[in-house]
Design a protein around this ligand. Structure first.
Ligand code: AMP
Length: 281
């Protein structure tokens, strides 16, 4: 596996692969990789001849008071994980390689970003759409892999690909969790021992919601209230949002159907964690 720092080198490699008729998978990440990322890479390796993993803490998707500076980084460990999972290239550009100092173009997403994380993080999804578009243009993959962990991001990327006619298949992958149910996240590393124990409240609250729905509850307000009540039993938890939305359009719904996304963002101490579940038919 090669660690590549420049756009030109990625393009040269991909060009060679395409000349040989090989298919290319892309897994965009911000690094500090864990088993969640690994599951995406392994799936991409199964479904494509060559896989590029991008490892880039994208500054344009962080708000001014967010954790850009402290976001965890460990390129050496990431490289081992990628190599073990079968990636061909780990693309790790510097911000100056990705962004011209006098850039004037970005991708703006409307509609799917007014709720959930888009509401709490106003510039976030424009930053995501812009960097993912750039990665799509640099790597020109046949398929790109995204986790259901970031459910709104997955919906946003699917919509962007449709609206802007990217010829790329978007593959959504299930959430990988710790044994106690906590969704794996690079940000879990911020948690103290007590906070780590407390963080299980997110998946427990989702379970309360799921169980109500499995027992026939269709009223989104009642499900939401029960989930909030569960979260409030944990003194270290502070709710950013708990919402019930349509999974594709990310608009609030009153009634639970088979395409409903239940999503939450919760601060455990100073660490903002997200989790979600989708109600299938
Ligand atoms: P990140 O590095 O956090 O930006 O995540 C990169 C990709 O990995 C995104 O598509 C995430 O949704 C996905 N991902 C992160 N954590 C998990 C997880 N626990 N399970 C599945 N996918 C994940």
């Amino acid at each position: 596996m090669k660690i590549v720092k420049t756009i030109a080198e990625v393009r040269a490699e991909v060009k060679q692969w395409k000349k040989q008729g090989l298919t290319v998978g892309l897994v965009p990440t911000m690094g500090f990789l864990h088993e969640g990322h690994q599951s995406l890479i392994e799936r991409a390796v199964k479904e494509n001849d060559r896989v590029v993993v991008s490892d880039f803490v994208n500054p344009t998707q962080f708000g001014p008071n967010e954790d850009l500076a402290s976001y965890p980084r460990d390129l050496e460990r990431d490289a081992k994980l990628c190599e073990g999972a079968g990636a061909a290239i780990l693309f790790n550009p510097e911000p100056e390689e990705m962004y011209y100092a006098n850039k004037t173009t970005s991708v703006h997403m409307e509609g799917l970003t007014t709720e959930l994380c888009g509401k709490s993080r106003p510039i976030h999804f424009d930053g995501v759409c812009s960097v993912v578009s750039k990665l799509f243009n640099i790597v020109t993959p046949d398929r790109a892999y995204f986790g259901q962990k970031d459910a709104q991001q997955l919906a946003v990327i699917k919509r962007m690909v449709r609206d802007l006619n990217f010829d790329i298949e978007i593959v959504g992958c299930p959430i990988i969790r710790e044994a106690d149910g906590l969704a794996k996240s690079s940000r879990n590393t911020y948690l103290s021992e007590a906070e780590r124990k407390a963080a299980v409240i997110l998946s427990q609250s989702l379970k309360v919601g799921r169980e109500l729905i499995e027992n026939g509850e269709k009223d989104a307000a009642k499900v939401k209230a029960a989930m909030i009540a569960k979260l409030e039993t944990e003194s270290l938890a502070r709710i950013d949002y708990v919402e019930v939305v349509d999974a594709e359009n990310i608009v609030l719904v009153d009634t639970i159907t088979e395409n409903t996304l239940i999503a939450m963002a919760v601060y455990i101490g100073n660490t903002r964690l997200i989790d979600n579940t989708i109600i299938e038919a």
